[in-house]
Each structure stands twice: as C-alpha cells, then as structure tokens.
Ligand binder design. Structure first.
Ligand code: PLP
Length: 387
C-alpha cells in the first residue's frame, strides 16, 4: 500500500507544471538571492495572514532567533516556553544567553498550560513563547492577558500551525478572529519541507503588525544593514533563496486546500477510531481551528511502543513527537529553569504532563495525499492491535 508519514512526491505531481515553470524562471533570471519572487511571496504571505508585514528568512529557527535579537533582551533575561515542544524554541533562547523557563502543557491540547504561566514569572521575565503545537493555537486570550499584565513580549512559534484561525473567547482581550502568528508581538513560521506549507529545502518567515519592528527584523536578517555596507546593528545572514520563494509562492495558493485535505483525513481517523478505549484521540480547543500538522494520539497503559511496532509490521509508519520533553534533554537540563528558579531536571513535579505525554504520544500518517483506502488500512491496523 506504500503509506508514508508525509507524501511530498504525490503533492508535487499535482502541481508539477506550475512548480517547474516557476523554478525554471528563477534559473533563467539567475537571481538566486533576493530575486523579485522573494518580495512577491513575502507580500502574499502577509496578505494570507492579514498582517502588515511578513519578513522571509532562511528557516524557522532563524525566524525565532532574529525575533529575540530584535527585542533587545539582555543575558539572563527569562523567556517562558512550554516544556513539550521541538527543541528549536528553547535553543535560540539559550544561544542568545537568555534563560528558557519551562512551563507544563495542557494534557488535552499539548499547548502551554495558561494556568501555570503566572507562577513562572519573575522580575527577569521578558517574553512568553506559545508554541501552537501539532496544528492548533494555544490559548492566546489568556496569554495576551498575562503578557499585558506583566508587560511581556509574545513570540508565537507558529511553525506547525500556519493557517490556523484563533477565535477569541473568555477574557475579552482580543475582539476578532485572527490567523495564528498574528496575535502576539511577533509570529515565526517554518517552511521545512514536511511543514504544512513546505518548501523544497529550508525556509522561514516572521509576521508582525508592528512596522518599526518589521524594519528592524528585516535589517537583522540582512547583516544588520539598512544601507548596503553600512551596518547599524549586529545581525545575521538569513535569507529565503529565490527558488524556495518561487515554490512557496505557488504552494501558498493551495494552502487552504492542503488544510482541508488534512482536516478530512483527521475526520476519518476521529470517526473510525472513536470507540477504541485504548487510545485518546486529539482534542480541538473551542478557540482554535485545527490544521493537523500532526494527528497525535495518546496510547494508554504503556502500550505505545508495542502499538508502534505492531503497525510497523504492517508497513504503517508512525512517529514519536517528541520522545523527550525539554527538561529531559541533556543540553537543557540545567540551562533551562522552572518556576521557583530550580534547574529543569529538578522540576519534574511541575512538568508532569510533559513527562507523561512524551511516554504515550504517537503521531499517525498525516499529509495532503492520504486516500480513503490508506486511511482505512491504517485504522484497521490500529483496531487489530486491540482485538
Ligand atoms: C519545525 C519547527 C521549528 C524550526 O523550524 P526549522 O525551519 O526547521 O528551523 C521551530 N519550532 C517548531 C515547533 C517546529 O516544529
């Protein structure tokens, strides 16, 4: 049946002519760096988000790093991040000499537990990084309320949730629905090939409504120069190359279709697997749409690895995102802290959901090309395990 976690080949074949023409055009012009397509794509990306500015860069990790550089944080300033996330979120914070402070996540949504943020805030706290994990938004109303109260920046790690829509509820801080990545001070996204809007190589972008911040972000991504060979701040070299922009500009037109395909596949799983008592299915929060970057189930009774192996025998691939929370990653055990100032490795009691999720999560195949036949086969495989 040849089921893949992600099927980039099948997706390409459907738009091959458009993509090939667009790439060939870049080669013909030889404007491989900073070609016209880069600006065009940035503009279209800003429009897609209904945001004033989109700044492209080399990858999602750089997007986060450039964002922190632009906020002029000082060494030892603290940044609050969820403990259950991809490492890049905390990595750039540590690289800049800032301190990542880990907060546990909500069991149902995998996103930062907003009820535990305030206890982690100290006079050194400067920012919160909500990660919109697996395809749905964190509880942004609460996060923005807390950020306002303590005067903190909010940098949304939107690498997995581009196109998700947040609808305000509760605190009344926000009035209207908004795309993920446009609610905080800055939003960061990734165009890693397997992300929901994937390039044919690396790519990333930053979104913000703050025009002066946008100028600064642009400047930092370009060696800190506003005028060629005149460097007004320390920057880095982080560019989206023109061929990637040419690919992304075409795929952006299909992003809403891609999201629908993922949602359709998710509906199939949710319906087919709803009666299985051995697993917990993904939960969508009332305040967000879900764009299903991953379809991640929780496997009960310590059977995750056995189910994974059982499915692998039937040539059904699955992945564990993520096998370790940040407090259990060697590089971050002592660099990262928890509420109260303890090292992350000594804060396990504050991070129990993250610890336990890492032991039971299993992500099923999720991409835009899954057929009903394939989905059926996957679900049958999972049911067979529990028979
Ligand atoms: C993919 C990802 C990143 C990093 O993006 P790259 O383009 O691979 O650098 C950051 N945060 C999260 C949550 C991600 O999933």
């Amino acid at each position: 049946m040849n089921i893949k976690m992600v099927d980039l080949g099948g997706q390409y074949l459907k738009i091959k002519d458009e993509i090939d023409t667009s790439i060939q055009h870049v080669i013909n012009t030889t404007q491989f760096i900073s070609g016209a397509k880069v600006k065009e794509f940035a503009k279209n990306l800003a429009n897609f988000h209904s945001v004033n500015n989109a700044i492209t860069c080399a990858n999602g990790t750089d997007a986060l790093q450039i964002s922190f550089m632009a906020l002029d944080l000082k060494p030892l300033d603290e940044v609050i991040v969820p403990a259950f996330t991809y490492v890049a979120t905390a990595e750039v914070i540590a690289l800049l000499g800032l301190t990542p402070v880990l907060v546990d996540v909500d069991w149902d949504t995998f996103n930062i537990d907003v009820s535990k943020i305030e206890e982690a805030i100290t006079p050194r706290t400067k920012a919160i990084v909500p990660v919109h994990l697996f395809g749905q938004c964190a509880n942004m109303c609460e996060i923005m309320r807390i950020a306002n109260k303590y005067n903190l920046y909010v940098i949304e790690d939107n690498a997995q949730s581009i196109g998700a829509v947040y609808t305000p509820s509760g605190s009344g801080y926000l009035k209207e629905s908004a795309k993920s990545g446009t609610i905080g001070t800055i939003g960061c996204t990734s165009f890693f090939p397997s992300k929901n809007l994937g390039a044919y190589g690396d790519g990333g972008a930053i979104t913000t409504n703050d025009d002066s911040l946008a100028k600064k972000l642009n400047c930092i991504a370009n060696h800190g120069q506003e005028v060629k060979y005149h460097h007004s701040m320390v920057g880095c070299n982080s560019r989206l190359d023109t061929i990637q922009a040419a690919v992304l500009d075409i795929k952006l037109n299909y992003l809403n279709d891609y999201i629908s395909s993922r949602q359709k596949a998710a509906q199939f799983y949710l319906e087919e697997l709803k009666d299985l008592e051995g697993i917990e299915l993904p939960v969508t929060a009332p305040y967000s749409t879900h764009v299903y970057h991953q379809f991640t189930i929780k496997v009960k009774d310590g059977k995750r690895d056995a189910l994974k192996a059982f499915l692998a025998e039937r040539e059904i691939p699955t992945m564990i995102y993520y096998p370790l929370p940040l407090q259990d990653q060697k590089a971050y055990m002592s660099i990262a802290k928890v509420a109260g100032g303890k090292d992350a490795k000594d804060g396990a009691d504050l991070l129990s959901n993250s610890t336990n999720l890492a032991k039971c999560v299993l992500s099923l195949p999720m991409h835009t090309e899954l057929t009903e036949e394939q989905l059926n086969y996957i679900c049958k495989g999972i049911k067979a395990f529990y028979r």
